[in-house]
Design a binder for this molecule. Structure first.
Ligand code: ADP
Ligand code: TYD
Length: 227
């Protein structure tokens, strides 16, 4: 019988180091015989990637921003995440709904109750065999926790900033607090990494989480670009 799918999300403020580690983790799962789907939000489908371009580049009010993000999420869930989980894939997704509560909620100050309503609409009715009230949620969320000042130093000059990356450090302090609040409510779902450490040590923290869960069977060697 095929193994059940695993839905794993990666979160943290911009520059925390998520993207640097996801491909390495995908390779580690593949080396242990799992089929892996790597994706990202907003994005992951042709429609959601178009919405991503708008959200990252065009000025809009926070409700419009939240509606577009949840529309992208619904399309991504229906067309990529749910089919992959049904096949038994490991789904590694760079950001998901915690980012909406952290960025739109804590960062922009948008109403959390409205975000919860949109979450129920976008993520309900998709889990096979469960009622519409059951939301698709990650099995594990890896939270790259880093001081906003350090993240800003890492990003300085690394890439052209989008609408979020161009925000001041105070915005990212609120976003970081938003993640901390989410993790405090659901500690079993969150694995916090100290993302201030060097790449090799972050990799070791990351893989040891998966080994402890029994999802990777041995400590995997550090990928060349993280050594
Ligand atoms: N542990 C680390 N120490 C120092 N720099 C790092 C570390 N991890 C990532 N970086 C660098 O920081 C920048 C942002 O990393 P990235 O993985 O793109 O972050 P994110 O995807 O979380 O925004 C990149 O230039 C990357 O090479
Ligand atoms: C998923 C999501 C992302 N975002 C923002 C956070 C990021 O600044 C941006 C894109 O995320 P990300 O893919 O991490 O950016 P990059 O590839 O440039 O590191 O979108 C939200 O504001 N809300 C959300 O729900």
């Amino acid at each position: 019988m095929s193994r059940p799918g695993l839905f794993i999300t990666f979160e943290g403020i911009d520059g925390a180091g998520k993207s640097s580690h996801i491909e390495g983790l995908a390779a580690a799962f593949r080396a242990q015989g799992r089929t892996v789907t790597v994706s990202r939000e907003p994005g992951g489908t042709p429609l959601a990637e178009k919405l991503r371009q708008m959200v990252l580049n065009d000025a809009m009010d926070p409700l419009t921003e939240s509606l577009l993000i949840f529309a992208a999420r619904r399309d991504h869930l229906c067309n990529v995440i749910e089919p992959a989980l049904a096949r038994g894939d490991v789904v590694l997704c760079d950001r998901f709904t915690d980012a909406t509560f952290a960025y739109q909620g804590a960062g922009r100050g948008f109403d959390l109750m409205t975000l919860s309503t949109l979450e129920r609409m976008a993520q309900g009715g998709l889990v096979p065999g469960a009622g519409a009230g059951t939301l698709r949620n990650p099995d594990l969320t890896v939270w790259f926790d880093l001081e906003p000042e350090v993240a800003a130093e890492r990003l300085a000059g690394a890439r052209v900033p989008d609408r979020f990356e161009a925000q001041p450090v105070e915005f990212f302090r609120r976003v970081a607090q938003g993640y901390a609040d989410r993790a405090a409510v659901e500690p079993a779902r969150f694995a916090r990494l100290d993302a201030a450490q060097d790449r090799h040590r972050v990799w070791q923290q990351l893989t040891s989480v998966f080994v402890r869960k029994g999802w990777l069977s041995i400590m995997v060697p550090t990928p060349k670009d993280l050594a």
